[in-house]
Design a protein around this ligand. Structure first.
Ligand code: FES
Length: 173
């Protein structure tokens, strides 16, 4: 495969990878950032993504999978457009994190690692996301929402539904 002509990544991300692997004394040290950037662009670590990352670094696909499967933030199936991660670790649990998680499950009709049928939301129960001082906290893609109550959950979801609509309208304008 010629990486220039057959890449699954955008030219911008491919160039970023080329620069990244040269930054480390060992090319495989770039593996985790490459997987995160790849997931951001493609949505998940497909077989094609894993194959190309392996080729770019010069390791086997099995090497990539052995590392990638260790990290819970890396996905092997598509997530929703908005991936809702609800922390139920100790600080959040003590301040109502489980009730927040239950409310998201009710509102979305899905459980852990589920995706809504319209593909808009996915849901995950996660460990600490580093916002303990503002517990209970969630993360939606890269945006934090903190000091939440279950009553705020429908409004948060509506805000993302509105955002999706607005972005959809902008894309078709
Ligand atoms: S325990 Fe929930 S953010 Fe740290």
């Amino acid at each position: 495969m010629s990486l220039e002509t057959m890449s699954v990544f955008s030219p911008q991300l491919a160039a970023r990878f080329d620069a990244l692997v040269e930054k480390y004394p060992m090319r495989r040290s770039a593996l985790i950032p490459m997987l995160l950037y790849a997931q951001d662009e493609i949505g998940y670590l497909s077989d094609a993504v894993i194959a190309e990352v392996a080729e770019r670094i010069g390791i086997t696909e099995l090497d990539v999978r052995n590392v990638a499967t260790y990290y819970s933030m890396l996905r092997f199936k598509p997530a929703g457009r908005y991936n809702v991660q609800v922390c139920t670790n100790i600080s959040c649990m003590l301040r109502g994190g489980n009730a927040i998680y239950e409310r998201f499950q009710q509102e979305l009709g899905i459980g852990h690692k589920g995706v809504t049928t319209d593909g808009l939301f996915s849901l995950e129960e996660v460990e600490c996301i580093g916002a303990c001082c503002w517990a209970p906290a969630i993360q939606v893609n890269y945006a934090f929402h903190d000091e939440l109550t279950p009553e705020q959950v429908p409004d948060i979801l509506d805000a993302y539904r509105g955002k999706a609509l607005a972005e959809g309208d902008a894309a078709h304008a």
